[in-house]
Ligand binder design. Sequence first.
Ligand SMILES: Nc1nc2c(ncn2[C@@H]2O[C@H](COP(=O)(O)OP(=O)(O)OP(=O)(O)O)[C@@H](O)[C@H]2O)c(=O)[nH]1
Ligand SMILES: [Mg+2]
Length: 372
Amino acid sequence: MFESLRKKLNIFKESVSATESELDKEGIEAAESEETLSGEATEEVSREPTTPKVINAETVGHASESVEQPQQRVEPSNGRKSASDNIFDRKIKDKDLEESLSDLEIALLESDVAVSVSEEIVETVKKELVGTKRKWRQDVGALVEQALRDGILKVLDVNGLDFDEIIRNTPKPVTIVFTGINGTGKTTTIAKLAYRLKNQGYSVVLAAGDTYRAGAQEQIERHAENLGVKLVKHKQGADPAAVIYDAVQYARAKHKDVVLADTAGRIHTNVNLMNQLKKIERVIDADLVVFVDEALAGNDAVERALKFNTTMAIDGSILTKVDADSKGGTAISIAHATSKPILFLGVGQNYEDMIKFDPQWLMTRLFDEADA
Ligand SMILES: Nc1nc2c(ncn2[C@@H]2O[C@H](COP(=O)(O)OP(=O)(O)OP(=O)(O)O)[C@@H](O)[C@H]2O)c(=O)[nH]1
Ligand SMILES: [Mg+2]
């Protein structure tokens, strides 16, 4: 999962580190050649500090605080000039990051991160790094990683909506309608959620709201049987709004906790099918509308979420097939683009292959796990 994005972020980290360490080297050389030319420091000051092992920023104390540019000369308290005194502290500069940041933006776009989201991440990283003081020869990898984490967390930070809390706190039955295009994993996700809710002690009713695709009702029926949950269905071709309505009525009458309503996959350009969603919205007062799409779809998933949202307002997204996605861009972009959170990630075909989405989980995947 997300291997490719993880590698790209690491390349950025290494590239900034390499640039900064190159600047250290240049700073030392420049300072050394100035000394050699002036000839005055050599007799008083050991040249050893130009070898890294004997230069310890701690031992220079206040001198390091007062110098920010390797080229600036300072007068130490004893009045003698020293090459090492000039280079202990540096500020990370805009122009030193330019190339790496531009590569980062391309890497994010190549990873299917939406354009506006890539720009925002790069901007946060830049703001955080430019002007940051660092010690001479300090590896800036940790600083860069923190900036990347902050940049990504910022775009993932949309109005929190905790699925479990909603289930706990909403009057029963909680009604959830799932939408999205064909084959993205809506029905499978409904089965996974039914499995999860059942394990948490809730009673679940499934609504066979896909009355359109041949075989759809049998598919959800199999899941209902496997999971031991009630399925409400009508005939093939029936009005899906009526099916879901009946399922809610059944759940009310039987004091069931949650109704999970399937719908047919549809392309957002199909006017008739999109109008059907509008009807479902009118007839069913759903507590949650969840948009389901594949992580693999990249920017297309983001675009589709926005289109579906205009027909039937979504409250959150579920990304499926994350187990097959190395790019990660959809997971990073969709919440920011729709201003609605990612609720779960589908990570396989079995009932238990679903993870409740948590931005920190993504951070672990991107930064803490060893490369596979
Ligand atoms: N690898 C993987 N496969 C998944 C995941 N979720 C769903 N699938 C597979 O995706 C395929 C389509 O899943 P469905 O649940 O039928 O998709 P759908 O959106 O209901 O499809 P339509 O009803 O045709 O619109 C199935 O083969 C699922 O097993 C996932 O998280 N990972
Ligand atoms: Mg389906």
